[in-house]
Design a protein around this ligand. Structure first.
Ligand SMILES: *Cc1c(COP(=O)(O)O)cnc(C)c1O
Length: 361
């Protein structure tokens, strides 16, 4: 028997055990090809099938038609922070950004390296504790797009409704909540997600772009930074992160077996209800840091009354196999990252520990 800890790492994060088993079984001889998928050509039939099936699974699970391009790129979500403005801000245009956390702010700062940026909302002065009311988001006429971060991984907040932008393209960094709940993905002109939270290993980033938006992309960019290049070549312009795409396919198949987004949403809802329930049952001891209306279903953040209690909590949890819960260095405290691959049983174990810890403190 392999001993597995409960993995609350914020990213790279837990992968479904069933997926890891398949990877292990197929590693040395991929489906009778006599070689590992790690050793195969990205132009070989084996990989082409994986690429095509992963694209189809993304469309199927997220409810998207063939009017969306599905790309698998290297460079992490952070590369998209630069590529989005490079590709979509025309001369004299501004790009609008909603600043709800560290990653949202990083995207905005990268935008500033490329174009004029309008801050459509910022909760920075409120320590990023909240998501705006939709009416608080303001931008000038005709920005190139409105960029949001759907889930703020570090601060533990999440959009539960989305701005109605009519003709303004809505762009989202969904790195830490993609495929975790039902959503009208068709609202977005472009969204992207580093795989290492909900979709697979680090090294591949999913980018989904509507064809009408792509048609407006700037020409004359270096090929490698142009979305058009990657869309025209089904992500095979250069060598794509093949192993990451292969694992993403397995994760998406696992998700489909869980009942797709509706199925995983039910589990994720139960998980966050357990954790926030434990926090709200002892609000002077477990102090939730996010405003309730904007609480994240993926990253649950809290403080304890003292830093000493926090480090004891983290150490004691570690002894029980609950790992990866130290808050981000910029905010401190405790953070449980409960992505798709973290089970309800794991969260139940955690809530039981929280009760014991509080009574003994
Ligand atoms: C983790 C994360 C990123 C950074 O992704 P990289 O792949 O490291 O570039 C960006 N945005 C969000 C919301 C994240 O959670």
């Amino acid at each position: 028997m392999v001993r597995r800890n409960v993995n609350f790492n914020p990213g790279p994060a837990a992968l479904p055990f069933e997926v890891l088993k398949v990877v292990q079984e197929e590693l040395l001889d991929y489906q009778g090809s006599g070689m590992s998928i790690l050793e195969s050509s990205h132009r070989a039939r084996e990989f082409e099938t994986i690429n095509d099936q992963t694209i189809m699974l993304v469309r199927e699970l997220l409810g998207l038609g063939t009017d969306y391009h599905v790309l698998f790129l290297g460079g992490g979500a952070s590369t998209q922070f630069a590529m989005v403005p490079m590709n979509f801000v025309g001369d004299g245009q501004v790009a609008a950004y909603v600043d709800t956390g560290e990653f949202a702010s990083k995207a905005m700062k990268e935008g500033r390296n490329v174009c004029d940026v309008h801050v459509a909302f910022s909760s920075k002065d409120e320590k990023y504790r909240r998501i705006p009311q939709m009416s608080e988001i303001k931008y000038p006429v005709d920005p190139a797009y409105l960029h949001i971060c759907s889930n703020n991984t570090i601060e533990g907040t999440q959009f539960h409704e989305f701005p109605a932008t009519s003709n303004v393209p809505l762009v989202a960094d969904m790195s830490s909540d993609i495929a975790s709940r039902r959503l009208d993905y068709g609202k977005f002109s472009l969204f992207y997600a580093g795989a290492q939270k909900n979709l697979g290993p680090a090294g591949v980033t999913l980018v989904v772009i509507h064809e009408d938006f792509l048609a407006t992309a700037r020409k004359g960019l270096p090929n490698i930074f142009s979305y058009r290049t990657h869309a025209d070549n089904k992500s095979l312009y250069n060598t794509p992160p093949v192993f990451g795409i292969y694992i993403m396919k397995l994760v998406l198949e696992w998700l489909k077996n869980k009942g797709g987004l509706a199925g995983i949403e039910m589990i994720n809802e139960a998980k966050k209800d357990l954790l926030y329930g434990a926090i709200d049952a002892a609000p002077d001891f477990y102090i939730g840091t996010a405003e309730k209306a904007g609480r994240s279903w993926m990253n649950v953040t809290m403080r304890l009354p003292t830093e000493e209690l926090e480090s004891n909590f983290i150490a004691d949890a570690g002894k029980e196999g609950l790992r990866g819960i130290k808050g981000h260095r910029s905010v401190g405290g405790v953070r449980f990252s409960i992505y798709n691959a973290v089970s309800l049983e794991d969260v139940q174990k955690t809530v039981d520990f929280m009760e014991r810890f509080r009574k003994s403190a």
